[in-house]
Design a binder for this molecule. Structure first.
Ligand SMILES: Cc1cc2nc3c(=O)[nH]c(=O)nc-3n(C[C@H](O)[C@H](O)[C@H](O)COP(=O)(O)OP(=O)(O)OC[C@H]3O[C@@H](n4cnc5c(N)ncnc54)[C@H](O)[C@@H]3O)c2cc1C
Length: 460
C-alpha cells in the first residue's frame, strides 16, 4: 500500500478483506486497528520519531539505553526514510517556526523541543514499509510465519516449574480462515510472546483465563490466574484540530513535520486528496481523468501521555469480535489543559504569514480560511470555549496503549506476572505513549526484548 491508500484503507474498514478493523469506543470516537502482518504499522500514517526522555524515566522499565539505541538503529536501517517536503508540509514547518515553536531542528529522528522533520516509513516512491519488513532480518530456517491465523486462546499448564507454583504458557490454539483449529506449542525453553496490540493482548489474556476472577467467572471463563489489572489503565491520545480547503490544489501528504513545545504540545499536519462528486464545489476541484478531487489540509494537535485512563472488557468470547473499550478522554483536567494549550498553538500557526497563502480572497479584499468542520473559537484566550472545542471535536490519533501495563500485568522484563513462559511485548504494556508517535519505540521494543531474551538464555 502506498501513501495515497491511507485514507482509503480507513474508509474501507468494514469489508472482510480490509487490512484494518474498525471499532468505536464507548466515548463515541471511531477508531481502527491493523489486522495484517505488521499490525497497525501496515495501515498507519508512517511518521517515525523516537521516544522522549520522560518515557524512559516513567515507563517502569530499567532501560539499557545502549541497547535501546542499537535497536532503533536496527529498525531504521530497514524501514525508515527521509521525507521530501512539498507545499503544505513546508508551509506548516514555516508556520510552526513563525508561531515560536523553535529552534528549527531540521531532519532528525530524535525527540527534540522545536520544529523538525521526522522520519517516514514511506520511501521516496511513496511505498509503505512496516514492521513486517523486519522479517527480512530473520533466518528463514528458524521461523515459521502463519498468516490468516487467528489465535483463539493461550494454552496454560500447571506442570511446568517456570512460574513456581503458577501456570505456564505451553502454546496457543489458532484457527485458519475456514475455521479449522491448530496448535502451536513451545519447545524446550521456549515462551509464548503475545504481540496482539492494545486491543488484542488484554482480550487474549482474558479469554485465556488471565484476568479479574469475578469478571472472568461472570463470562463462564475458567480462571487460570486472578489478575485484577488486565484490561485496566487503557489510554488514547486525543487529537483535535481544524481542516481547511485551500484555494490551490495541494499534494497528498501524511505527517512529516512536527512542532514540539516546551509545555508538551505536539502539532502536526496532513493534506489529503479526497474523491469528491459535487459540481457545486467546482471552484475547489481538479479533475485528472474523469474523477473530481477535493484537497483538505489539516492541522492537528495531540497531547503527550495522556493521564485520563479507561478500560477494556469483553463483548464476546469470540476473539474476532472487538472488545468494548472506553478511553474517558479529558476526564482528567490535566489533559483538557494540554488540549487547550495545543489548540491555541494551532491558532498561532493559522495566524502566521506562511498560512496566508491558504486563505481565500473574499468580500472587500478580506482573506479568510474556508474550514471543513468546526473552526477554532474566535476568542482563543477563553479557556472555557477552548475546552468545549476540545471536548466537542475530539477524535483519535490512533496511539491507544495500555491494558497490560508494566508493573501491573507484566514485570519490567515484560513477563506476565504469575505466569511462566508468557510475555507481552507491544503497546498494551505502555502507560505513556512514547514521543510524538509510538511506532518507532514499538519496533525498537521488539528488537530490544528479543536481544535481552537471547542474552538471558546465553547467560543460562
Ligand atoms: C490509522 C493509524 C495511523 C497511525 N499513524 C501512526 C504514525 O504515523 N506514526 C506512528 O508512530 N504510529 C502511528 N500509529 C500507531 C502505531 O501504528 C501503533 O501504535 C502500533 O502499530 C501498535 O503496535 P502494536 O505492536 O502494539 O500493535 P498492533 O500494530 O496493533 O499489532 C497487533 C497485531 O496483532 C494481531 N492480532 C490481534 N489479535 C490477534 C489474534 N487473536 N490472533 C492473531 N493476531 C492477532 C493484529 O492483527 C495485529 O497484526 C497509527 C495507527 C493507526 C491505526
Amino acid at each position: 500500500m502506498n501513501q495515497e491508500g491511507f485514507l482509503a484503507t480507513l474508509m474501507d474498514v468494514n469489508t472482510p478483506d480490509s487490512p484494518a478493523q474498525a471499532f468505536t469506543s464507548e466515548d463515541g470516537v471511531p477508531n481502527a486497528r491493523g489486522r495484517v502482518l505488521g499490525g497497525s504499522s501496515a495501515i498507519n500514517a508512517g511518521f517515525y520519531s523516537r521516544a522522549d526522555q520522560e518515557f524512559y524515566q516513567k515507563s517502569g522499565v530499567n532501560w539499557d539505553l545502549t541497547l535501546v539505541n542499537q535497536s532503533y538503529e536496527w529498525v531504521e536501517r530497514a524501514v525508515v526514510f527521509r521525507p521530501v517536503l512539498k507545499n503544505w508540509q513546508s508551509a506548516v514547518r514555516d508556520g510552526l517556526l513563525e508561531a515560536g515553536i523553535d529552534p528549527y531542528n531540521g531532519f532528525t529522528l530524535e525527540h527534540m523541543v522545536g520544529t523538525k522533520i521526522g522520519g517516514s516509513t514511506f520511501d521516496s516512491l511513496g511505498r509503505r514499509h512496516s514492521a513486517a519488513d523486519l522479517l527480512s532480518y530473520a533466518r528463514a530456517s528458524n521461523i515459521i510465519v502463519g498468516i490468516h491465523a487467528t489465535v483463539e486462546r493461550i494454552l496454560l499448564a500447571h506442570s511446568s516449574s517456570k512460574a513456581g507454583s503458577g501456570p505456564s504458557a505451553i502454546g496457543v490454539i489458532y484457527s485458519d480462515p475456514i475455521g479449522r483449529f491448530h496448535h502451536a506449542m513451545v519447545r524446550e525453553e521456549g515462551e509464548v510472546i503475545l504481540c496482539a496490540g492494545t486491543i488484542g493482548s488484554p482480550q487474549l489474556l482474558l479469554l485465556s483465563g488471565i484476568g479479574p476472577r469475578p469478571y472472568l467467572s461472570s463470562w463462564g471463563i475458567p480462571v487460570a490466574h486472578h489478575h485484577p489489572h488486565v484490561g485496566q489503565f487503557l489510554y488514547d491520545n486525543p487529537r483535535n484540530g481544524i481542516s481547511i480547503v485551500p484555494p490551490v490544489p495541494l499534494e497528498h501528504s501524511l505527517i512529516q513535520v512536527v512542532g514540539i513545545t516546551e509545555g508538551g504540545s505536539y502539532v502536526e499536519a496532513a493534506s489529503n486528496v479526497i474523491p469528491f462528486s459535487s459540481p457545486a464545489h467546482s471552484a475547489f476541484l481538479r479533475a485528472p481523468s474523469s474523477r473530481l478531487y477535493l484537497t483538505v489540509a489539516t492541522l492537528m494537535e495531540k497531547i503527550p501521555g495522556p493521564v485520563s485512563a479507561g478500560s477494556l472488557r469483553l463483548a464476546s468470547t469470540d476473539v474476532r469480535v472487538n472488545p468494548i473499550v472506553r478511553f474517558n478522554y479529558f476526564s482528567n483536567p490535566v489533559d483538557l489543559e494540554s488540549c487547550v494549550n495545543g489548540t491555541r498553538r494551532i491558532g498561532d500557526v493559522l495566524r502566521s504569514r506562511s498560512m496566508g497563502y491558504f486563505k481565500f480572497l473574499e468580500w472587500l479584499g478580506r482573506r479568510n480560511f474556508r474550514f471543513v468542520g468546526p473552526a477554532l473559537p474566535v476568542d482563543q484566550s477563553n479557556f472555557r470555549q477552548m475546552a468545549e472545542f476540545c471536548r466537542r471535536t475530539v477524535s483519535t490519533i490512533w496511539h491507544y496503549h495500555g491494558g497490560c501495563v508494566v508493573g501491573k500485568v507484566v514485570d519490567r522484563k515484560f513477563n506476565v506476572i504469575g505466569i511462566g513462559g508468557l510475555r507481552v511485548v507491544d503497546g498494551s504494556t505502555f502507560t505513556l505513549s512514547p514521543g510524538t508517535n509510538p511506532q518507532a519505540s514499538l519496533m525498537m521494543l521488539g528488537r530490544y526484548v528479543g536481544v535481552k531474551m537471547i542474552r538471558e538464555r546465553v547467560g543460562k
